[in-house]
Design a binder for this molecule. Structure first.
Ligand SMILES: *[C@@H]1O[C@H](CO)[C@@H](O)[C@H](O)[C@H]1NC(C)=O
Ligand SMILES: *[C@@H]1O[C@H](CO)[C@@H](O)[C@H](O)[C@H]1NC(C)=O
Ligand SMILES: *[C@@H]1O[C@H](CO)[C@@H](O)[C@H](O)[C@H]1NC(C)=O
Ligand SMILES: *[C@@H]1O[C@H](CO)[C@@H](O)[C@H](O)[C@H]1NC(C)=O
Ligand SMILES: *[C@@H]1O[C@H](CO)[C@@H](O)[C@H](O)[C@H]1NC(C)=O
Ligand SMILES: *[C@@H]1O[C@H](CO)[C@@H](O)[C@H](O)[C@H]1NC(C)=O
Ligand SMILES: *[C@@H]1O[C@H](CO)[C@@H](O)[C@H](O)[C@H]1NC(C)=O
Ligand SMILES: *[C@@H]1O[C@H](CO)[C@@H](O)[C@H](O)[C@H]1NC(C)=O
Ligand SMILES: *[C@@H]1O[C@H](CO)[C@@H](O)[C@H](O)[C@H]1NC(C)=O
Ligand SMILES: *[C@@H]1O[C@H](CO)[C@@H](O)[C@H](O)[C@H]1NC(C)=O
Ligand SMILES: *[C@@H]1O[C@H](CO)[C@@H](O)[C@H](O)[C@H]1NC(C)=O
Ligand SMILES: *[C@@H]1O[C@H](CO)[C@@H](O)[C@H](O)[C@H]1NC(C)=O
Length: 789
């Protein structure tokens, strides 16, 4: 009886625990380990706040437990990129977390951890590791001294340490080849250039590996035949971005299960061997960016599994014709860019494939638009820039470009076409350097990059453009556009680059609300009214060009919050501008948008220049010329240590030129002419080296390179010793400030590898995504989905 009672009691208790909210209670030991791991983390975004508020560690963010044993089996703390802001974890990554006895999956990738703690983990292992999947890739950890800690992880199948600098670990090959179960090894961008082949070992036994990614380590090594001792099981191999410097090794062509062979940018020479036809399972082949030469073997055309083929940027010669593609019915992306092939595609050729991506950039296609491209009904991305095209079939062309939803790049051709009636659905549109005429096309709200510069577009900006909410780059430079723009651009809060220069736009300057703006070019238009003060609150702005307009009124006296221009905070990564400045030669004036510039010349601005303007110590070009500005130059100008070009000419400035101006040691251009400056031109490193024309038409100014001063003028100068002293002190102050800035710039310039420039990292990926090699990205996306299967 009492036994039954006991049993009953037991059952009810058991029941109760089963029905309570927490059917899984976390194991106390696991909890301890997690808390030790938690201890080093700076969770300033509150990503893992549940780790403090919840008792049961199995409900903690990112923690998964076995629902029967309650032991922690999986931790996934990869940031969620949907979050705004993205909640990165920072601080220390403590690998004590590997001591969790039942952990099989650990993903800490893509966080901002900057320190790694590896405390003699081996000794604390009392069990055999169950860890199968480990991804620590792409954090801010600058360096990992060794990989000894890997050795207990005997169950590991997937290892991803990409973007962790491992150059100190010269034995990485041994460390990974002792992992008995390893199937997949990702060591991309690890700076693995510090190992020597041939002395301590000749071959690496990676025979269990199925996926090997050693791309972008910039190591130099001939691929000795069989060096990696890869077995037939391997199906993914990427050695892109290393210096292999030889011919394509024939041993590679025997790896018949290879599905992906990525050898881009590896300095390969010689020709593609006929044996390439042996890779019958190949889906992705990337040989781009090498020095391969000769003809394309016809056997390439037998690789009927091929989805992605990239052989651009080599030195191939000879013809390339439909015959090369006769059996490639699965081809999905094709890159033949930067090639000298003679293209011999029959005019009525209907390819056996339907591409989604095609790049024929910088090849000789023209003058006719290649007609076979019109047959490609699922094309998402098309790059035909710089390919000599001027003639096209209007209707087929319009159908084609309206269908494209990815990148549409037709820059640098001679296309004369009116596309005003079209609605373009691509997100990246580059039609610059053609002769498109008529009105601007409608553009879908998905667009984020639009470059229509150097064309003959005319008319006003279409109403539909108001919906371009995610636009971050717009360039309409050098067209014949007119009308007001204030309504069109005021809502675009993602805008980073805005270039409307060299048109006939009128009305007031739009109030720009995007705090992301970095470049604003409204040069050479008919804008009038005053400069809105908001412009000086754009903390990311580093290039402001409002020159050659009809602006009036005085410069706003407000807080100048142009952080990019006034602090020595190191430059942000500014990928979006790359496109702008590579076209530098087209810029009619000598200013490069990459330079920190304020140019408001040739307007009708009046009043004094606010002191804040002279506190923007990072500015390299300051042009206030040809206005009606008044006032004196403050001594603060001496702090603008990066100044290379200063033009204050043709205004009504007066007073003495401050001695501190001689501190501007980078000054290569100076123009103070046509003002009312007086006194002696300060003596300074460069100040006398400028031509007299830099100073002329200031009736009361004297001293070299102008004429000698009279004694009267000299006396008036030395009569104020007290202000001179004050000047000296502040000069010193500015000098030190300047040195700090110079140091920071120099330091970052020299050591600026991707590993050090931490802040740039995420931006870098965004950059790759946006303007990077589209095919590379596509391959990667494919690769990743392939790997996850
Ligand atoms: C179960 O947990 C949820 C939130 O975690 C709470 O709102 C609820 O009251 C709990 N229920 C019981 C029965 O404890
Ligand atoms: C955590 O990170 C924030 C932002 O980077 C920083 O301000 C704070 O000082 C850090 N806290 C600790 C404890 O390191
Ligand atoms: C335990 O987890 C498995 C999958 O992880 C799930 O299918 C099962 O329903 C869970 N059992 C309970 C009792 O929650
Ligand atoms: C590992 O073990 C050592 C002693 O062998 C101990 O001092 C250390 O605290 C342990 N580390 C962790 C993270 O538990
Ligand atoms: C490995 O890490 C890199 C960088 O974070 C990432 O791009 C890649 O997708 C990862 N590989 C796998 C298979 O998850
Ligand atoms: C290579 O490693 C595999 C297991 O991963 C092992 O079976 C084989 O014997 C090794 N070969 C050599 C030559 O060491
Ligand atoms: C490659 O590995 C196999 C076994 O996995 C072994 O038999 C062979 O000797 C190895 N080759 C070299 C060159 O080490
Ligand atoms: C265009 O391609 C040729 C090879 O055909 C190459 O030499 C040249 O550098 C390429 N031009 C550009 C701008 O990439
Ligand atoms: C645009 O459409 C209008 C009305 O359908 C038509 O009159 C005009 O000719 C078209 N313009 C072009 C360039 O096709
Ligand atoms: C562009 O087209 C217009 C009108 O069709 C023509 O006047 C102009 O000369 C062309 N410009 C160039 C650079 O071909
Ligand atoms: C200056 O810009 C920073 C960063 O955008 C912002 O946090 C700050 O509030 C701004 N200051 C003023 C006075 O507007
Ligand atoms: C200016 O003065 C210097 C000596 O101070 C003299 O050598 C020079 O000839 C003078 N130049 C003129 C143009 O008077």
């Amino acid at each position: 009886m009492s036994f039954i009672l006991l049993l009953l009691l037991y059952v009810t208790r058991f029941d109760k625990s089963m029905c309570s909210n927490h059917t899984t209670r976390c194991n106390e030991k696991d909890r301890e380990t997690l808390l030790t791991f938690r201890h080093g983390i700076n969770d300033s975004f509150g990503r893992i706040s549940t780790w403090s508020t919840e008792k049961d560690c199995c409900v903690w963010e990112g923690v998964h437990c076995d629902n029967i044993t309650g032991r922690v089996t999986k931790i996934d703390l990869k940031p969620n990129f949907e979050d705004e802001p993205i909640r990165y974890l920072k601080g220390e990554m403590n690998l004590c977390i590997l001591e969790l006895e039942f952990l099989s999956h650990l993903d800490l990738s893509l966080n901002d951890f900057d320190v790694i703690r590896i405390t003699s983990i081996q000794h604390n292992f009392t069990h055999s590791s169950k860890l199968v999947y480990l991804d620590l890739s792409n954090s801010l950890i600058t360096s990992m001294d060794n990989l000894d800690w890997l050795s207990p992880l005997s169950s590991l199948k997937y290892l991803n340490l990409s973007f962790i600098d491992l150059h100190k670990e010269t034995n990485w090959i041994q460390a990974v080849s002792t992992l008995p179960s390893l199937l997949e090894l990702q060591l991309s961008n690890c700076n693995l250039n510090n190992f020597i082949i041939g002395t301590s070992f000749k071959y690496v036994n990676l025979s269990s590996i199925v996926t090997l990614d050693l791309s972008y380590n910039y190591f130099t090594s001939h691929l000795l035949d069989g060096f990696f001792n890869l077995t037939k099981d391997i199906n993914f191999l990427s050695l892109s971005g290393n210096n292999i410097n030889g011919e394509i090794p024939s041993s590679l062509l025997k790896l018949q299960n290879l599905q992906y062979l990525l050898l881009a940018k590896t300095q390969l020479k010689g020709s593609i061997p006929d044996g390439i036809g042996q890779l019958i399972n190949i889906k992705g082949l990337d040989l781009s960016g090498n020095m391969l030469s000769g003809f394309i073997p016809s056997t390439l055309g037998n690789l009927s599994s091929l989805n992605d083929l990239s052989i651009g940027s080599n030195n191939f010669s000879g013809e390339i014709s439909n015959l090369h593609f006769a059996k490639l019915s699965n081809l999905d992306s094709l890159d033949l860019s930067n090639s000298n092939f003679v293209f011999q595609f029959a005019l009525d050729w209907v390819p056996p494939f339907q591409l989604s991506l095609l790049s024929l950039k910088n090849t000789t296609q023209g003058p006719h638009f290649p007609s076979w491209i019109y047959t490609q009904k699922s094309l998402q991305d098309l790059d035909l820039s710089n390919s000599g095209i001027s003639l096209l079939d209007k209707n087929k062309f319009k159908d084609l470009i309206e269908r494209i939803t990815g990148q549409l790049i037709l820059s640098n051709n001679s296309i004369v076409e009116d596309i005003s009636n079209l609605t373009l659905n691509c997100f990246d549109l580059r039609l610059d350097h053609n002769n498109f005429t008529g009105g601007l096309p409608n553009i879908s709200p998905m667009a984020n990059f639009v470059d229509l510069s150097f064309n003959s577009f005319s008319g006003t900006i279409p109403h539909s453009w108001k919906n371009l909410k995610i636009l971050y780059h717009i360039s309409l430079w050098s067209n014949r556009l007119f009308g007001e723009v204030s309504l069109h651009f005021s809502d675009l809060n993602q805008l980073e680059i805005m270039n409307l220069g060299e048109n006939e736009f009128s009305g007031t300057i739009p109030i720009l609300i995007s705090q992301k703006l970095e470049v604003v070019i409204l040069r050479a238009n008919q804008f009038e009214g005053t400069i809105p003060p908001q412009i000086f609150n754009l903390s990311n702005l580093f290039h402001l060009d409002l020159a050659n307009n009809k602006l009036s009124g005085s410069l706003p006296h407000c807080v100048y919050n142009l952080t990019q221009m006034d602090t020595d905070r190191v430059y942000a990564w500014r990928p979006a501008t790359i496109d702008l400045f590579t076209k530098g030669q087209d810029y009619v004036y000598d200013v490069n948008p990459e330079r920190r510039t304020i140019d408001i010349s040739n307007n009708s601005l009046s009043g004094e220049v606010p002191l804040e303007m002279f506190r923007l110590v990072q500015v390299q070009t300051l042009n206030l010329s040809h206005n009606n500005l008044i006032g004196t130059i403050p001594k603060e100008i001496g702090g603008m240590k990066n100044m290379e070009s200063l033009d204050l000419s043709s205004n009504k400035f007066y007073g003495e030129i401050p001695q501190s101006i001689s501190l501007l040691t980078f000054l290569g251009y100076l123009n103070l002419s046509y003002n009312n400056f007086d006194g002696i031109i300060p003596i300074g490193t460069q100040l006398q080296s400028f031509n007299a024309s830099s100073y002329i038409e200031n009736p009361k100014l004297c001293g070299a390179p102008l004429s000698n001063c009279t004694t009267k003028e000299k006396n008036s100068k030395t009569a104020t010793p007290s202000t001179k002293n004050e000047d000296d002190d502040s000069i010193r102050e500015w000098l030190y400030l300047g040195m700090g800035v110079g140091f920071a710039v120099g330091f970052w310039g020299i050591c600026g590898s991707l590993f050090l420039i931490r802040k740039w990292r995420h931006a870098y990926f965004r950059f790759i995504d946006r303007v990077g090699d589209k095919l590379y990205v596509t391959l990667n996306v494919k690769l990743n989905s392939f790997l996850r299967n």
